[in-house]
Design a protein around this ligand. Structure first.
Ligand SMILES: N[C@@H](CCC(=O)N[C@@H](CS)C(=O)NCC(=O)O)C(=O)O
Length: 217
């Protein structure tokens, strides 16, 4: 059995969408962040970073959202959610997966938790880190918009929907409250892309199951 440790709207959302998309049986385990359940000894034993998500797949315990997405694409290869191994397309799948994780997602975390990057009580530092993170994510949105134009769409990697589309959609969604720069929906390629991903039944089902409300992105 597959179990996804999740919290509504957190990074687990992309994995939740993919699991529904795959039609594979799984269960959801809510991580009560208000009760700091992600910092409990039991949770830290699964993910020493104390972050969401964690996927349990039989005896395998896996953290890192993009690693989980890639694992699910590999273990459900018939669904065709990752390009064939050893191809240039597969190399680009790795490139975009790592970039989404180590550049765009990591910077969004600074945007959401700027106080973690400065000395305690440094209010001006918090404002500066948040603004800098928002500006850097703005560059990331520009790159995503450019990629959609170059790849010709309709999906991030081109003609075929992949395990990275729920990830790109989720990160774009996280920009919806940007105040100092454009959110994803204001980019010419990203707006129709977000609409297309949102139209997928798996995305709508995940929103529903997590109890999330509009605006969607
Ligand atoms: N690189 C990690 C990042 C995960 C992450 O930052 N998760 C956030 C939720 S979106 C979290 O658990 N935040 C709680 C905290 O930072 O205390 C991954 O992709 O799994």
């Amino acid at each position: 059995m597959i179990t996804l440790h999740y919290n509504p709207g957190a990074a687990s959302f992309a994995v939740h969408v993919l699991l529904i998309e795959l039609g594979t049986p799984f269960e959801l385990a809510l991580v009560d962040t208000k009760a700091q359940a992600h910092k409990s000894a039991a949770y830290l034993a699964m993910n020493p970073n104390g972050l969401i998500p964690v996927l349990q797949d039989g005896p395998l315990v896996l953290h890192e959202t993009v690693a989980i997405l890639m694992h699910l694409a590999d273990t459900h290869a018939a669904a065709g959610l990752a390009p064939p191994l050893g191809t240039p397309e597969r190399a680009l799948f790795y490139k975009w997966g790592l970039w989404l994780s180590n550049t765009m997602q990591a910077t969004l975390i600074h945007y959401f938790y700027p106080e973690r990057m400065v000395a305690p009580g440094h209010a001006e530092g918090v404002v500066q880190v948040k603004a800098a993170a928002e500006a850097k994510v703005g560059h990331c949105l520009g790159q995503l918009d450019d990629q959609l134009r170059k790849a010709g769409g309709p999906w991030l990697l081109g003609a075929t929907y992949s395990a990275l589309d729920p990830m790109a959609f989720m990160l774009c969604r996280w920009t919806r409250n940007f105040a100092g720069s454009r959110p994803a929906r204001e980019y010419p390629q990203l707006l129709p892309y977000l609409r297309r991903v949102h139209e997928r039944p798996a995305v709508q089902r995940a929103f529903e199951r997590e109890g999330l409300q509009p605006p969607w992105y």
